[in-house]
Write a protein that binds this ligand. Structure first.
Ligand SMILES: O=C(O)C1=C[C@@H](OP(=O)(O)O)[C@@H](O)[C@H](O)C1
Ligand SMILES: C=C(OP(=O)(O)O)C(=O)O
Length: 429
């Protein structure tokens, strides 16, 4: 599907979708438990992939009419799956589920779409091997399809921290139900660190203790997953909120009121500060979980995405509208996502008349030297690229057609309907 966006202003109230990261963890943690009720869960292509994996391990996931998930778990002992686990487009599913597969007394096969089959899994496979399991890439290139054979019983493991934090999350979640627990030694500094904070926060809510150490992280074995009263509620998603705030900052004189923005461990709450530093009017009422944002003249800033890789596409679009240069630094790990998002944003914004400079670890957007012009752009089958390019379309001269818009279903189903409700001129092309 393609969508054409005509320059328009936006206004009104928007509710943030539930967090993808918390939902993945809440579903898998309910699987590790006897079961749980997960309220306000995100039901998207990626989280459905995690739910399918829990079912293949012997659990059940039922969605009620109000969106609540009733989950029966496999109680720390995943069955050997009766079928291949298809993780579709979801890196989080593949990494977190590989850890669970390492607990099963037999072989699990994990695969995904073309994008996911090109993403790095080698360090996690080596970690599972180091813990006594058997974990291989079928093509021997560190990429899916993967074959994982357990059971591991825990132990000490060393792993790089600069490829994906999801490896750490995977080992911590699985480690809690091993006999010995898992001690993780980080070989490098940790990128995307707040995602491990999300993990430890959620584990605590499920009654599981995992901690940071001088060398990395540790989780004791023999723990049981059990949320208080058997229930867990998912907070709003700040990566998704970033598109709403950016839309307000570039295209809303009257303002956008965002609901569902309670503080949590999400590093991507940094978007509130980023749009404010660029010059937008922003007010975050943390207690009520609301954010008001409206348009102003934006100025380029320097911002590190070391902790917040998923914000890069949003910041790149903001930089294209701002005066002056926006330097997005510490961005190398953003190249290992659904697409190489550093190149994807440089090239697609380039098609829209935006000047950029790309280095391995850095993307600079030269806002003042750019004339944002409508064009047909390739969403690269990547939800965040699609949403960020659609925002650029709100303020570009002429029409912008974004290709492949169905992929927003990965994290923000209904994104284009919401944009239309807020007053954007959006048509299916
Ligand atoms: O654990 C998570 O929920 C995620 C971790 C991050 O990935 P990396 O740790 O691979 O950077 C992030 O980009 C991804 O969207 C979600
Ligand atoms: C990179 C992302 O997710 P995942 O790693 O789960 O594919 C994302 O949502 O931007």
């Amino acid at each position: 599907m393609n969508v054409t966006i005509t320059p328009s202003s936006v206004r009104g109230t928007a509710r943030a979708p539930p967090s993808k990261s918390y939902t993945h963890r809440a579903i898998l943690a309910a699987g590790y438990a006897d079961g749980a009720t997960v309220r306000d869960a995100l039901w998207s292509a990626d989280t459905r992939a995690t739910a399918r994996a829990v079912e293949l391990f012997g659990g059940t996931v039922e969605r009620q009419s109000d969106g609540t998930l009733e989950i029966e778990g496999f109680d720390g002992r995943p069955e050997v799956p009766a079928d291949v686990i298809n993780c579709d487009n979801s890196g989080t599913t593949m990494r977190l589920v590989a850890g669970a597969a390492a607990l099963a007394d037999g072989m699990s096969v994990l695969t995904g779409d073309e994008s996911l089959r090109s993403r790095p899994q080698g360090p996690l496979l080596e970690a599972i091997q180091e813990l006594g399991g058997w974990a291989e890439s079928t093509r021997g290139n560190g990429q899916a399809p993967l074959v994982v054979t357990g059971p591991i019983t825990g132990g000490e493991v060393s792993i790089p921290g600069d490829v994906s934090s999801q490896y750490i999350t995977s080992l911590l979640m699985a480690g809690a139900v091993t006999a010995e627990g898992i001690e993780i030694d980080l070989e490098t500094e940790l990128k995307s660190a707040p995602y491990v904070d999300i993990t430890t926060e959620l584990l605590a809510d499920y009654g599981v203790d995992a901690e940071q150490t001088d060398r990395g992280f540790t989780v004791a074995g023999g723990q049981s997953y059990a949320p208080a009263d058997g229930k867990y509620a998912v907070p709003g998603d700040f990566s998704s909120i970033s598109y709403l705030l950016a839309a307000g900052a570039i295209a809303s004189e009257e303002g956008i009121h965002v609901e569902g923005a309670q503080p949590s461990a999400q590093g991507d709450t940094a978007i509130v500060d980023i749009v404010e530093r660029m010059g937008a009017e922003v007010e975050w009422d943390r207690e009520n979980g609301t954010i008001d944002v409206s348009k102003a003249e934006l100025e380029g800033i320097e911002v590190s995405v070391e902790d917040t890789p998923d914000l890069l596409p949003t910041i790149a679009t903001l930089g294209a509208v701002a005066e002056g240069d926006t330097h997005i630094t510490n961005a190398e790990h953003v190249r290992y996502k659904e697409t190489d998002r550093v190149s994807a944003m440089a090239e697609e914004l380039g098609t829209m008349g935006v000047e950029t400079t790309e280095e391995q670890d850095l993307l600079t957007i030269h806002g003042s030297e750019s004339t944002l012009s409508g064009a047909t752009v390739d969403g690269r089958a990547d939800h965040r690229i699609i949403m960020s390019l659609a925002l650029a379309g709100l303020v570009a001269d002429g029409e912008t057609t974004v290709q492949g818009t169905e992929h927003v279903d990965v994290s923000f189903p209904g994104f284009f309907d919401l944009l239309e409700e807020l007053g954007a001129d959006v048509t299916e092309a």
